[in-house]
Design a protein around this ligand. Structure first.
Ligand code: TXA
Ligand code: MG
Length: 346
């Protein structure tokens, strides 16, 4: 299959018509799948009302069928058509954070294709805060099911080049609107019960949610392997570069000892560091990932850095750890998955 690439300015006016976006929207209406930028990561969109379009998303990504998709909308009236009830907390969260990096799980989902929800009686919905995503949603005039536009298991794409690397020839096209902003996926919250529960940490922090709705719980499955997660996707290996990643919670000299030992054994070793420590550590490949003092920059660059290690053909990757405060919760959640839970503590 030929994969079209349409270049658009990341600052399009989402209420105007652009020929590239109209062409992409036309293909979406024909139940083809198209990748597009959002403020978090690139999504792989398909008509959420069509089983056939949604099946193409799963096929292109190689995604397990029991992992449901997020439905993207451009306006509130679209939400009302997709769910049975909107609780008071859900309404408050939509008002506070939409458009933005928050996905809300609500009761319903009978009106979307059955493979979107993977058989659950809830549906996950988000209004993205990206002019290109909003323009495409408006031009297609459809709710779009869209997971991250990467091959299943790989780091999510934060640029159109990442999408093309993974999915060229497998999808009908990519709308290239430059690099994404947040860099990590949306926060997923369950609003189908009494207390708002975080199912996946992301761009909106627990602290920010609590300011709007009071008590917020965290799905115990996020910190404890004994529980069945409510968000099926979080149980899979994810975000992983080809070389195995190990987190190291210790001093720089401790990290250096590990690296030196592995290099002495003949391995090519990569280290994921920060701006503060990049001069302090020696390895075959050292890639800084933002500043420890400013975790927003770490979130923004993490997936690109993980993909860069793939390009450098290292045998093993060691990574510093970060605080779990604020957006650090999402950074550490993704890094821990990329590392398949491998961590060495000094
Ligand atoms: O930022 C994002 O959320 C990006 C952009 C493209 O919007 N999308 C994204 O989609 O990360 P994906 O498919 O990679 O992750 C969707 C997550 C998975 O963990 C999935 O299990 C969960 O949302 N999810 C979807 N529907 C759900 C539901 N009804 N109940 C619980 N979790 C659900
Ligand atoms: Mg994903």
């Amino acid at each position: 299959m030929h994969t079209n690439v349409w270049y658009v300015d990341e600052n399009v006016d989402s209420d105007k018509c652009y020929p590239q976006i109209v062409e992409a929207a036309q293909l979406l209406k024909q139940n083809e799948v198209i990748a597009f930028p959002t403020e978090t990561v690139y999504g792989l969109g398909g008509n959420a009302l069509s089983d056939r379009a949604v099946a193409k998303i799963f096929e292109a990504k190689g995604r397990p069928a029991d992992n449901p998709l997020i439905v993207h909308v451009a306006s509130r009236p679209h939400v009302e058509k997709l769910v049975t009830t909107i609780s008071k907390q859900a309404d408050q969260l939509m008002n506070a954070f939409w458009p933005g990096p928050l996905t809300i799980v609500l009761p319903g989902g009978e009106s979307v294709a059955s493979n979107v929800t993977a058989g659950l009686d809830t549906v996950a919905i988000r209004m993205p805060d990206h002019p290109v995503a909003l323009a495409l949603l408006k031009a297609a005039n459809l709710p779009l099911a869209a997971p991250s536009a990467n091959l299943s298991g790989k780091p999510s794409p934060t640029s159109a080049q990442h999408v093309i690397h993974d999915l060229d020839g497998r999808i009908a096209g990519v709308v290239d609107g430059g690099s994404t902003g947040v860099g990590l996926e949306s926060t997923v919250v369950d609003c189908s019960g009494d207390v708002v529960t975080i199912l996946r940490p992301g761009g909106v922090t627990k602290e920010q949610l609590e300011e709007v709705v009071g008590e917020v719980k965290i799905d115990p499955a996020l910190s404890d392997d004994g529980h069945q997660p409510k968000s099926p996707g979080v149980k899979y290996k994810h975000y992983a570069p080809t070389a195995p990643v190990t987190l190291v919670d210790g001093s720089y000299s401790f990290i250096q000892q590990i690296v030196d030992k592995r290099r002495a054994e003949g391995l090519k070793v990569g280290v994921l560091t920060t701006e503060e420590s990049k001069e302090l550590l020696n390895a075959d490949v050292v890639i800084p990932c933002g500043s420890k003092e400013e975790l927003i920059t770490v979130a923004n660059r993490l997936y690109d850095v993980l993909r860069k290690f793939d390009e450098s053909n290292v045998d093993e990757i060691y990574s510093e750890v970060f605080t779990h405060e604020g957006v650090g919760a999402a950074v550490m959640n993704r890094l821990t998955k990329a590392a398949n839970n491998r961590i060495i503590i000094e």
